[in-house]
Design a protein around this ligand. Sequence first.
Ligand code: G6P
Length: 475
Amino acid sequence: MAWDLVVVANRLPVDRVQLPDGTAGWRRSPGGLVSAIEPVMRAHDGCWVGWPGGTDQDLEPFEDDGMTLVPMTMTRDDIEGHYEGFSNGTLWPLYHDLVAKPEFHREWWDSYTQVNQRFAEKAAELAEENATVWIHDYQLQLVPRMLRELRPDLRIGFYLHIPFPPAELFQQLPWRRQLLEGLLGADLVGFQLPGAAQNFIRLVRQRVGHKTHRDLVYLPDGRTVRAAAFPISIDAAGFEALATSPAVAERAQEIRDALGSPRKVFLGIDRLDYTKGIYARLRAFSELIKDGHLDVEDAVFVQIAVPSREQVEQYRILRDEIDRLVGRINGDLGRIGRPAISYLHSSYPREEMAALYRMADIMVVTPYRDGMNLVAKEYVACRFEDDGALVLSEFAGAADELRQAWLVNPYDINGMKAALLEAYQAEDKELTRRMKAMRKTIKQHDVVAWAQGFMSELSDVRNPHSKPVRPARRS
Ligand code: G6P
């Protein structure tokens, strides 16, 4: 069967896992990418190509929750070289401002190239004539060019969900030119923020030598490629509806009671990733207790860390560091039945997330660098009573839109302490003023608007072979 829209992402929205009874089952995949593309898929009649987790699993295409999913097989070598290696050991730290040290290995690059080629071939096989293919994220940056070589009739979009670094960092990559040329296979290359699109255009000019003007790149074959910002968002109405439901209200109350009904609850929800600044934020909170500004009878910090990339060494080290820190803080500062930090290493369904957002007074999102951070937006969407405080890193893409949050520099522990305390002590009137403004922004720029914005720009690209695409339907 051939499709009018093919979405290509490293991951499928569901992950193949082994259940406690030993049988295989499916679990929702972690991360912002999946949350953003899911509603797009529901609004279109297309298929989604991606990795279902695990190794060496030959699975047939299947339907899940109204979506057609096409699983790609990955071998242990693919996982080591393409996924854990080049994607998450080289590109991820490099694109996040070197928060960790990237490693450069030629065999990782070879594996990345091979896997990208397989994804391109699969997309070429599934797309009908003149179809639109939308490729996602840093794991697949070579696919646009590979796919164009196989299928010049296609309209190809690419969207990067993570930051795109300044030239000074990007040019460390031994394969910088190939990656830029890979992306230039697309008609439209989308980024989270305008600065990232500018970094890309500048690099294309300097490193590949193409002519550029503003957001356009002129290729020798007559094609033009556009690079622009499309800040990603969430299903704001869906989250609000969940948060207002009686079941979620009841669950929120249950969680608060279980915490011992403290006066205020701080909340952090992140994939357990070194870019997220979890360690620094927990230290800042614990120092506020140590200094006597907060008391464990009044305040508790709930930190949810969603397991992520557990085979990658830097992630294992981080997990141990956080385990130790939480143990030390609770040992030093907690009382019987009153830990300072309630720490959970687990992932939760949307309903439980909505209950957590609903019960938390202060949401703390402090990454060192983050493409957007959808958790910050989800919290705002769930605060239907215009209350609650958001403490947000300046280095999250979301800070560009959520200006009324308490903005912090996560490298500045004293600054973070001051912001946490201010948010804790803020008057209701102040909270409402800030939250109202942020909610307005989120409602206007939801994920449907994001997808429509990208798709309509993509359909406007006038290139020799491509025909217009159908506009997205509102679900
Ligand atoms: C981020 C990336 C996604 C990725 C997700 C989860 O949101 O932008 O591409 O899927 O993290 O990470 P994982 O390595 O588990 O796919």
